[in-house]
Ligand binder design. Structure first.
Ligand SMILES: C[S@@+](CC[C@H](N)C(=O)[O-])C[C@H]1O[C@@H](n2cnc3c(N)ncnc32)[C@H](O)[C@@H]1O
Length: 325
């Protein structure tokens, strides 16, 4: 079943049921590709995200989402709609791509430490990438004051952080200033959101649909060299190579989660199944309260791709422990 979501840009929610799944499989394997075209989505990949969101309820208004390997952009399209109003989505990809409306993007190789640092720095500023301010007139037709409008524009994350800060009791602040108290003990007295913020953990959801790009060896006759998206999407067709490449990308994404994901935040990560995925799952289990393996209906059955869904980042996960072999 496909439901239209309010009057936002053309965008539909996917809800699965066994009868609809049977119907879809009868339609042939390009059902999702056709449906993506009809719905104005940038690719059929959107349905994988929508299906997993339907199951795990990942998105909420106002969230900060980082979409690794976002091109051509259907996950970012879905994320910007599902986090409205006031959400922000930052997409990163190797290839130059026109970003979907409302999405901020950085072009570069996410395996590069410089690009990772750039993304971390970008998300630290809570105002970057959010919808722009409204033009205010002194007399608003609905009787709203300038202050009301300013308040409405502030993301819920900022509002919550402010509330927490205001809620810190004077005596705690006094203790914070006391030279005798140890920094570690005092940090535990801070509200969780403030503690997360101090450590740069400001992202609500990290998505990674990155696929290792491979040198093109076939299909040169198909205009594909002039279409970078097609070129980069190739997998090698050699399961071990695809698997090994995807493990590197997943580890980079997981490290990024450790550094930037807030306590309670979620991670959704594509991987190619193989010998190493169990070790990756173990690391995920050390960082997240719940971890699921998913093979959405809309993922081609002949492909070795699957997804890990890491739910609710733990509060006190230790870096050395999470990444130990
Ligand atoms: C399957 S596509 C993503 C589709 C996307 N989720 C969507 O909905 O449109 C995989 C993307 O990962 C990107 N990618 C692969 N390796 C990357 C890397 N090291 N850094 C950044 N992007 C990468 C590719 O360029 C490609 O665009």
């Amino acid at each position: 079943m496909f439901l239209v979501v309010d009057d936002a840009p053309p965008f539909l929610i996917y809800a699965s049921s066994s009868s609809s799944t049977r119907w879809k499989s009868r339609q042939g394997k390009d059902f999702f590709a056709r449906e993506a075209k009809v719905q104005g989505l940038k690719s059929r990949a959107a349905f994988k995200l929508l299906e997993m969101n339907e199951k795990y309820k990942l998105f909420k208004p106002g969230q900060t989402v980082v979409d690794l390997g976002f091109a051509p952009g259907s996950w970012s399209q879905a994320a910007i709609n599902l986090t409205a109003p006031n959400g922000r989505v930052v997409g990163i990809d190797l290839i130059p791509t026109q970003p979907p409306k409302g999405v901020s993007t950085i072009q570069g190789n996410f395996l590069s430490p410089a690009i990772q640092a750039e993304v971390r720095a970008y998300v630290q500023d809570p105002d970057l990438g959010r919808p722009r301010r409204l033009v205010l007139s002194s007399e608003h037709p609905e009787g709203l004051t300038e202050k009301d409008l300013e308040e409405m524009e502030r993301a819920y994350i900022d509002i919550e952080r402010q509330t927490h800060l205001e809620g810190i009791k004077a005596e705690t602040i006094g203790q914070l200033n006391s030279e005798s108290a140890s920094a570690e003990v005092l940090e535990h007295k801070l509200p969780l959101k403030e503690r997360d913020r101090r450590h740069g953990r400001v992202v609500d959801i990290v998505l990674s649909d990155m696929s290792e790009p491979w040198d093109q060896t076939t299909g040169f006759h198909k205009r594909s060299l002039s279409d970078p998206y097609f070129r980069m999407m190739n997998t090698s067709g050699v399961p071990f190579r695809d698997h090994a490449g995807s493990m590197d990308l997943c580890m980079a994404a997981l490290t990024f989660c450790f550094d930037t994901l807030r306590t309670g935040g979620h991670f959704l990560c594509k991987f190619y199944q193989g010998a190493e995925d169990k070790a990756l799952e173990t690391k995920l289990r050390r960082l997240f309260t719940k971890v699921h393996r998913e093979k959405p209906d809309s993922s081609r059955s002949e492909s070795k791709e699957a997804y890990f869904v890491g739910l609710h980042r733990k509060e006190n996960a230790d870096r050395g422990d999470v990444f130990r072999e």
